[in-house]
Design a protein around this ligand. Structure first.
Ligand code: ATP
Length: 447
């Protein structure tokens, strides 16, 4: 058992670890996750008594590491597999450690076999690959057959066989009732190996959970893309669901609405296109956007309802559409007009930057606030920025989101969401139960 209690470590002005508290229980593999510099190694070093905490304490089997009666048999660790003398052979290295701990040569030989280094036992470590050094480090950690094992990035450099071997080894050691704390950046591996997860960020605890609990929390959500997202969100919340905005799609796909940007990056197919669900927008009183600096021939096309061209392309915007660098807007009362014309926004709706912004009701966020898209909502890499929520300033309106907005809905099945959408007259373009990986859950949590 490892107990970390209100542990803090400052290196000068750097707070590597800050008030960290968690337990690592026997019989489980506990994964220790965090971005680079999150404080994992520092925490492990404090648990192992290699660095003194600034405050708080870390105990192994109820005492500090230095107070363990037989430390090698109680705790084994591998922090940095490169910290070995390259001039020695693997056998000499392990034997020196074993001698210091009163451990038999027989155990050394057995461990070399177990970690797959028997064939190179008499070779100098200097010639070892990173994976071989990791195996040697793991053998050293296991020398005393300890009940507590602390491994910092043990998977690094291991080949697929080695990774599988280590996973099986750690799971069987945990099944014997040992306490295992393991850090790794390899999320897939962590999700296969760890029962519990301690996730830290900037030296602080973010989550103390189990792998299935964490995944279930995110898998509970259903991604809904709808041109009526705001209204649908209200409907779903009234039905008891929890709704949050989904991150925008990372790249454009055909039919995805593209918003105005000062310098216009192309969509994935190299052209700007108007959103496919324009008809739905029109029904909702939408606004369609012409990006500035339009690429020529296949440039922004705005689709009046029901008038795709013969070749399937959307017709170009009618003449009433302002030239490039003007955003096309319309009053919420109807766009495009019945005749298929795009209406120009009334002058009063232009923002300080000269762009037209009109806020149809559908653009209100789930919090009821209107979101204002900052100028240049498209990044150079083609990703869309999420507009920060904001209230509508006097005389100011917002960009219509352009395409369908994404919602992540928790607490309601996809089927129930579909029914609710039908009943409330909201269209849905996508309804996907989320299958997140541990990596995605981790990124979401540590954002
Ligand atoms: N000996 C030290 N002296 C000064 N600062 C340190 C020292 N050790 C770590 N730090 C700082 O403490 C912070 C946490 O580092 P730590 O190595 O614990 O993070 P980590 O989560 O293990 O990162 P990684 O995943 O990259 O190994 C970092 O900002 C690091 O620069």
């Amino acid at each position: 058992m490892i107990e970390v209690m209100d542990l803090t470590k400052a290196y000068g002005s750097t707070r590597a670890v800050s008030g960290l508290t968690f337990d690592v229980r026997p019989g489980q593999v506990t994964g220790f996750l965090g971005h680079n510099g999150a404080g994992k190694s520092t925490t492990m070093r404090m648990i192992l008594g290699l660095h003194a905490p600034t405050s708080g304490q870390a105990l192994i089997n109820g005492v500090r590491k230095h107070d363990l009666r037989d430390p090698m048999r109680e705790v084994g660790a591998m922090l940095d597999a490169t910290e070995v003398q390259g001039g020695r052979t693997a056998l000499d290295h392990l034997q020196a450690l074993a001698y210091a701990g009163g451990i038999s040569r027989r155990r050394v030989v057995r461990l070399l076999e177990e970690v797959g280094l028997a064939g190179v036992a008499r070779k100098r470590i200097a010639g070892f690959s990173q994976g071989m050094r990791q195996r040697l480090g793991i053998a050293a950690a296991l020398l005393g057959d300890p009940g507590v094992l602390i491994l910092d990035e043990p998977v690094n450099g291991l080949d697929p066989d080695g990774i599988r071997w280590l996973r099986t080894l750690l799971r069987s050691l945990a099944a014997e009732g040992r306490t295992i704390l393991l850090s790794s950046h390899l999320m897939t591996e962590m999700s296969l190996t760890a029962d519990r997860l301690i996730i830290i960020g900037h030296g602080r605890l973010i989550e103390d959970t189990t792998t299935p609990e964490l995944l279930a929390r995110f898998q509970d959500e259903v991604l809904v893309r709808s041109p009526h997202a705001s209204r649908l969100a209200t409907v779903l919340e009234a039905a008891g669901a929890t709704v949050r905005a989904a991150p925008p799609p990372s790249t454009y796909t055909a039919g995805t609405a593209v918003r105005a940007a000062s310098s216009a990056p192309p969509g994935t197919d190299g052209t700007w296109r108007a959103a496919a669900p324009l008809d739905a927008h029109a029904a909702a009183g939408g606004v369609h956007i012409a990006p500035s600096g339009l690429p020529a021939a296949d440039a922004a096309r705005v689709a009046p309802p029901g008038r795709p061209e013969v070749d399937g392309r959307r017709p170009l915007a009618p003449p009433s559409m302002p030239e490039a660098d003007h955003t096309v807007g319309a009053t919420p009362s109807g766009l495009p007009g019945a005749a298929g014309n795009v209406r120009q926004a009334p002058p009063g709706t232009r923002g300080a930057d000269g762009r037209v912004r009109v806020a149809p009701p559908v653009t209100r966020g789930t919090d009821g606030k209107v979101r204002v898209a900052p100028p240049g909502t498209v990044e150079a890499d083609g990703r869309m920025r999420v507009a920060p929520p904001s209230t509508l300033a006097a005389g100011e309106a917002v960009y219509e989101p352009g395409g369908e907005e994404g919602l992540l809905v928790a607490g309601m099945s996809a089927a129930a969401i579909g029914d609710a959408a039908l009943r409330s007259g909201c269209s849905i373009h996508e309804l996907t139960p989320q299958q997140v990986s541990l990596e995605e859950a981790f990124m979401e949590l540590t954002r």
